[in-house]
Write a protein that binds this ligand. Structure first.
Ligand SMILES: Cc1cc2nc3c(=O)[nH]c(=O)nc-3n(C[C@H](O)[C@H](O)[C@H](O)COP(=O)(O)OP(=O)(O)OC[C@H]3O[C@@H](n4cnc5c(N)ncnc54)[C@H](O)[C@@H]3O)c2cc1C
Length: 347
């Protein structure tokens, strides 16, 4: 924790949960509005973009920009205007009373008048050997982001739901061949998406198969992958129970995980904040029916992937980060006016 950060004493105007691109964008806007935001960096300082090398679709960088560089620049920019960063991870939030109270994993407590939740959604990982080393180096969780790096490659997509079909169809525009690796013989995907993938001449399926290990290096990228198969499906589980399984190492230039994302919202359990069945936050519309970033709890705003199961891009996360800060600023102004009026009426 930043030694100068006194997380217990004052009531903050705004605390931002998360230091991914959504949290950073919110921090720049909130700091420029003199709200002196405190940014809790959480378990993954800098967020998902720190897992990738080149970002080629973020506006303003014609040659692309490194994920780390983009994040470090964002942090520097926010600090320049007075945002404060600390390594806190929120474990519990009490939102029924004002100011809101947050409990951090180290036991510290924080009080704040407004809150921006920008805690992201983590892509699920398979658990294959070497995935930590090769994530961002030929292994990815985002075809829209990294597909274009795989022109002419043979690639694998791991998963059997709609998002795996979507990733495969997108990758088929660039790759020589796309193989969907699924641990069962039946897809979870909707019929229409499954048919589209099945009908595509460059997409193949490996049924009853799982990814066991990735091979390659950060210099070369992913070069091959070991697949494990069993005629009754769930081969890794079968192998762990001592069954005979087939193993094959195939040459590939890229591997994409498409087994879903988990929004980081467990710390909001038990609060009045509305979430969908997967845990993504709902935000409300204003009186004119237009989208805002405010959640179902007044004064709590959401930005980035944590409220967006559909787009999940750096630029959309940054966009909603700025919106959340602007909504927060307006909320605090209204709160201040209400408090002043209450004071005038009953000093
Ligand atoms: C390998 C990879 C490559 C990608 N490439 C691209 C690309 O080229 N272009 C593109 O547009 N997008 C890309 N993306 C997607 C992009 O990274 C995400 O859309 C973006 O990072 C979402 O930003 P976010 O701030 O909403 O969430 P995140 O980046 O996920 O950040 C979440 C933050 O919340 C913090 N946090 C979580 N829980 C808590 C808690 N309890 N308390 C406090 N803090 C918490 C985390 O520590 C983290 O700092 C890529 C993603 C991956 C994984």
């Amino acid at each position: 924790m930043n030694e100068e950060t006194d997380t217990t004493a004052d009531v903050r105007d705004v605390v931002i949960i998360g230091s991914g691109i959504a949290g950073l964008s919110a921090a720049v806007y909130a700091a420029r509005a003199d709200l002196e935001p405190l940014v809790l960096e959480g378990p993954e300082p800098g967020g998902q973009l720190t897992l990738t090398t080149d970002v080629e679709n973020y506006l303003g960088f014609p040659e692309g920009v490194g994920g780390m560089e983009l994040i470090q620049n964002g942090k520097d920019q926010a600090e320049r205007f007075g945002a404060e960063f600390t390594h806190g991870t929120v474990e519990n939030a009490t939102l029924e009373e004002r100011p809101f109270e947050l409990e951090l994993s180290n036991g510290d407590r924080l009080r704040t008048r407004a809150l921006i939740v920008a805690s992201g959604a983590s892509a699920r990982w398979v658990g294959a050997e070497n995935e930590d080393e090769l994530m961002g180096y030929g292994l990815s969780t985002c075809a829209t982001c990294d597909g274009a790096f795989h022109r002419g490659d043979d690639v694998l997509v791991i998963g059997g739901g709609d998002s795996a079909m979507e990733e495969a169809l997108f990758l088929a525009k660039f790759a020589d061949s796309v193989t969907i690796v699924h641990r069962r013989e039946e897809l979870r995907a909707s019929e229409i998406m499954a048919d589209r993938a099945r009908d595509h001449e460059d997409i193949e399926f490996r049924w009853n198969t799982e990814l066991e290990a990735l091979h390659g290096s950060q210099e070369e990228g992913v070069t091959s992958a070991t697949l494990v198969s069993h005629p009754d499906g769930y081969p890794s589980e079968k192998a762990a129970n001592g069954a005979d399984v087939d193993r094959e190492t195939v040459e590939v230039g890229g591997v994409f995980y498409a087994i879903g994302h988990t929004p980081n919202t467990e710390f909001l359990e038990g609060t009045a904040i509305d979430r969908d069945e997967r845990g993504y936050l709902y935000t409300r519309t204003d009186d004119a029916g237009r989208a805002t970033t405010e959640t179902m709890v007044e004064g709590v705003f959401a930005a980035g992937d944590v409220a967006d199961p559909n787009y999940q891009q750096a630029i959309t996360a940054a966009g909603t980060g700025s919106m959340a800060a602007l909504d927060t600023e307006a909320y605090l102004e209204t709160l201040e006016r209400t408090e002043e009026t209450a004071y005038e009426v009953s000093p």
